[in-house]
Design a protein around this ligand. Sequence first.
Ligand code: HAM
Length: 437
Amino acid sequence: MPSTKKPSEKKSTKRPASVPVFQSVKGMSDVLPKEEGWWKAFHEAGMRTAELHDFHLIETPILEPADLFEKGVGASTDIVEKQMYTFRTKGGDRVALRPEGTASVMRAYLEHHLGYFASPLKVFYEGPMFRYERPQAGRERQFHQWGFEVIGDGDPVYDAEVILATMALFKELKSGPLVVKINSIGCKVCRASYREKLKNYYRAREKKLCKDCTRRLEKNPFRLMDCEEEDCKALREEAPIILDYLCQSCNTHFKSVLELVEENGIPYEPDPYLVRGLDYYNRTVFEVWSPSAGSALAGGGRYDYLAEILMGRLVPAVGAAIGIERAISFLKGAMPTPPRKEPVRVFFAAVGDQAKKASLRRMEELRRAGVPVVEALGKRSLKGQLKVADRLKVPLALILGQKEVFEGSVIVRDMVTGAQETALLDRFVEVVKKRLR
Ligand code: HAM
C-alpha cells in the first residue's frame, strides 16, 4: 500500500551546492545598515553646508550621451579613454554611466537655460559615479560623490567659495587637519606656450618616460606632471612649471584666489605639479588631502571652457567633488563613531493580540510627537522583546499588555534601573517626552 504520509513541509535552510551565490559586481559595494551612521553624518553635513553656503539641489541622470563626456571631460583622458562604461541601448543610442558629475550639471545648465534663474547658479549633487578602474583601497568602480558647482561667474571669489564650502563640509564632520593643494593651469593663451615648452623638455628625454607618458606626450603633455612612475617623477624635477608662464590675467586671478583662501584660514600648499586628470579645467585646480591619506579626498577647479566645448557658449564656472567613500574611510580612521548625535529612541513592546493591534496606533502617536520608536513585535514573549530593547540600549521601553489595553494605560519601564510606572494612554506621549528630557 502506498504511504499516505505527506512529504515533510519543513524546508531545508541549506543551499544546494549547484545554486550560485549572487555577489555584487567587482568594484561595486553595498552600503549596509551598519554603515548608516557614517553615511547619514556625511549627508547631513553636506546638506547643512549647502544650505549655509546657498547651494541648491540638482540631480541629473546616471546615464548620459557618451559623447557628453568624450567632448567635455576629454576623449584622451584616462577617465574617458580607459574607464568609462559605454554601451548602446536597445534603441541604438550610445550612452555612458556617468564617470563624474560636472559635465552632466553643465549639460543641464545649458539645456534648461538655468542662467536665467540665477547668476551665478550655485548647485550641489550627491550620487554614484562609475569608473572602470582597478579596484583597490580608495578606488572603486562605483563610488559616490558630493559636488558643488558655481556656474556663470569667473570671479576668483567663487573659486575661493567652492574651496571654502568643501572644507566647511569636512569641518562639519570634525575631520581634523586637511590641506588644499592648489595650482593654476592658466588659460588658452598662456597654456599654449607652456605646452610647447613642456613638450620640448620631455621630447628631449623621451627615452626615459614610461609607456603611458610616451603616449600622452603629444596629446596631453600636462599629465606627465602627475605621473607616479619613479623615472617620470625624477624628470619632472627639472621640467618647466606653468606658474612661470601664466599670463597677467591668470596670474592676478590665481593670486586673488590664494589671498582669499589664506584670509579665510584654509591651510593650503601651492603644488606646481597638480594638473588634474580632466581636460575641462583652466586656471585654478585643487585637491583636498589629509596628511595621512594616500589619495585625494576631493578635487576640483575652474572650467571656463566646458560650456564652449559642449555648446559654443562662454559660461565661466568652478566646482569641486568629494569622494564620499574616501571621506568616510578617512573619518573612520580618525574617530571611533560617526560625528553625529543619534536621536534617542524608545522601545515599544506589546503582549497579546489586542495589545499588538493597538500598538501601531500608539507608536504613531509617539512618532508624530517626534519620538523615534523601535519594536520587535514579531516576537511573541515580553522577555524576547525586552531582550531586543536591551541590545538596542534604549533608555525607555513602553509595555502594552491585555490589562493595559483594558485599563487604557501603558507601562513605562526605565531600561537602566528597571523601575516601572504606569501612564494613562491619554497622556503617555507627554510622560515619555518628559522622561527623555
Ligand atoms: P575627480 O578628482 O575625478 O574630480 O573626483 C573627485 C573625487 O572623487 C576624488 O578626489 C576622489 O575622492 C573621488 N574618486 C574619484 N575616483 C574614485 C574612485 N574610483 N573610487 C573612489 N573615489 C573616487 C571630478 O570628478 C570632478 N568632476 C570634480 C569637479 C567638480 N570639478 C569641478 N567640479
